[in-house]
Design a protein around this ligand. Structure first.
Ligand code: ATP
Ligand code: MG
Ligand code: MG
Ligand code: MG
Length: 469
């Protein structure tokens, strides 16, 4: 067993064999959940099952869930291309118990899957438990036979999960794989834990309390929610610490190399990774009904697409590139996700059109960026007005400009950027006065005030991109 598709099937079959219902992934746009931009974990589709609002004909489930973390509480956009383990789109493998089994069985199943089914050596594994979770600590000792020093107690919120300010919550236990001392990074809980040596592969959440506004109750029937990154376990099983070196990413990156002729492991490595990652996120979002726009989910998609398109330009692509990569993605993932096959024409056309339009202003915008930053040193700031012009006239989402400056250690002067945005808004407000649009205007401006300017960028309503649109 080595390819991503086999690893996914092995997970689903292992839990099916152990009495779990195989439930399909839910869409990336959560149903009935306006608080969440995109599905970002396996448990999202089961929220109401955990709280008891909804009943299902099964009490154990297993899924491979499509997830996007590119906004809101979990935003890994800036990590992509720079860590070995983060994607904007990834698959989360998870098993769930709705008031059925609890900690002991969850730990038994997890340990058996990774050490027997997947065959990982126990001496590479380190476990974390929540600081006061003696049950979990003792169960890991008993079931896995691990020495105490490899079961680390963590007091931070990393090891305590909550659905919200109120509702189900509980301690978690995470499984880390040690890729070896040739990779920089320390064990969980140490100051350099964010390196890529000890990689978190699986999070087991023990939902055992219900948080009320003023106190915490024990849930009468505690539940289990787990999540393991498919790409991370695939990396381990394929003998690499690097998610971008697994078979699936190898195929996507090779498609980029074939079309650009640029070496994937040279100085342009990050661009290859960003393109491959963002191709997946964009394609899956489009397949689930999101289209690029200037507001809400559509703007997050546009930001992801345009960021990839800048990297395509960096690789010297002289014409739209992203749409040409779609057949490779469909070949690699279409069997597991038939929606990708169904939406292939829409994905291809959307990417082609967006890149064709964006290229009209991309080159000039990059020229301006180059002129304006030529004399800037590490630690300097790009004028907020310039970032605003790039946004407003050249269609550069703010984070694209930030990404473009990142490798040089230059940041955008955010207060000045926000001030420029505010000035434009005031002009718009003045010109709207008396135009009969007061009601909508009030709603949008108060929304913006509540969210704050930067946050609000994801919710732009009016056309702010000049000729691009
Ligand atoms: P990290 O600390 O590495 O950012 P996390 O603690 O935010 O991960 P969880 O919310 O616990 O992740 O999600 C469960 C699992 O999903 C993780 O253990 C990991 O295997 C996987 N995962 C989380 N975020 C990503 C991502 N951006 N790309 C790929 N896999 C991810
Ligand atoms: Mg994270
Ligand atoms: Mg973590
Ligand atoms: Mg985690």
């Amino acid at each position: 067993m080595s390819g991503v598709n086999d690893i996914r099937s092995a997970f689903l079959n292992f839990f099916a064999k152990n009495g779990h219902e195989i439930v399909p992934s839910s869409p990336l746009v959560p149903r009935n959940d306006p608080t969440l931009m995109f599905t970002n974990a396996g448990m999202v589709q089961f929220k109401n099952v955990f709280t008891g609002l909804e009943k299902r004909p099964y009490s154990r489930a297993v899924t491979a869930q499509k997830c996007v973390r590119a906004g809101g509480k979990h935003n890994d956009l800036d990590n992509v291309g720079y860590t070995a383990r983060h994607h904007t789109f990834f698959e989360m493998l998870g098993n769930f118990s709705f008031g059925d089994y609890f900690k002991d069985r969850a730990i038994e199943l997890a340990w058996s899957l990774i050490t027997k089914e997947y065959g990982l050596p126990a001496d590479r594994l380190t476990i974390t438990v929540y600081a006061d979770d003696d049950d979990a600590f003792n169960l890991w000792k008993k079931i896995a036979g691990l020495p105490e020093r490899r079961i680390i107690r963590i007091a931070s919120s990393d090891n305590f999960w909550a659905m919200g300010d109120t509702g189900p919550c509980g301690p978690c236990s995470e499984i880390f794989y040690d890729h070896g001392d040739h990779i920089p990074g320390g064990p969980p809980g140490s100051p350099d834990q964010d390196g890529d040596r000890f990689i978190e592969i699986w999070n087991l959440v023990f939902m055992q309390y219900e948080q009320l506004p003023d106190r915490r109750l024990d849930l009468p029937r505690p539940s289990i929610d787990t999540g393991m990154g498919l790409e991370r376990i695939a990396a381990v099983l394929q003998g690499t610490h690097d998610n971008y070196a697994i078979d699936l990413f190898g195929a996507l990156i090779q498609a980029v190399v074939d079309r650009t002729g640029v070496d994937a492991d040279g100085p342009m490595k990050a661009s290859h990774r960003v393109i491959a990652d963002h191709l997946r996120a964009s394609s899956f979002l489009i397949a689930d009904g999101v289209l690029p726009s200037n507001e809400g989910r559509g703007y997050v998609l546009r930001r992801i697409m345009r960021r990839a398109m800048r990297h395509a330009e960096l690789l010297g692509a002289r014409e739209p590139l992203m749409w040409k990569l779609v057949p490779t993605l469909v070949r690699e993932m279409g069997q597991a996700y038939p929606e990708l096959v169904r939406a292939e024409p829409l994905i291809t056309e959307t990417l082609r059109l967006e890149e064709t339009r964006f290229r009209k202003t991309l080159e000039r915008g990059l020229g301006i960026l180059e002129d304006e930053t030529r004399d800037l040193k590490r630690g300097d700031k790009l004028k907020g007005e310039v970032a605003f012009t790039l946004y407003d006239t050249f269609g550069f989402p703010l984070d694209l400009t930030q990404d473009a400056l990142k490798s040089r250690g230059v940041e955008v002067d955010l207060p000045a950027f926000n001030a420029a945005m505010e000035r434009q808004r005031e002009m718009a407000r003045a010109s709207w006065a008396g135009s009969g649009e007061a009601a909508t205007e009030t709603v949008w401006f108060s929304l913006r005030e509540n969210l704050g300017a930067t946050e609000f960028l994801g919710y732009e309503t009016e056309t702010a991109e000049g000729e691009v649109l």
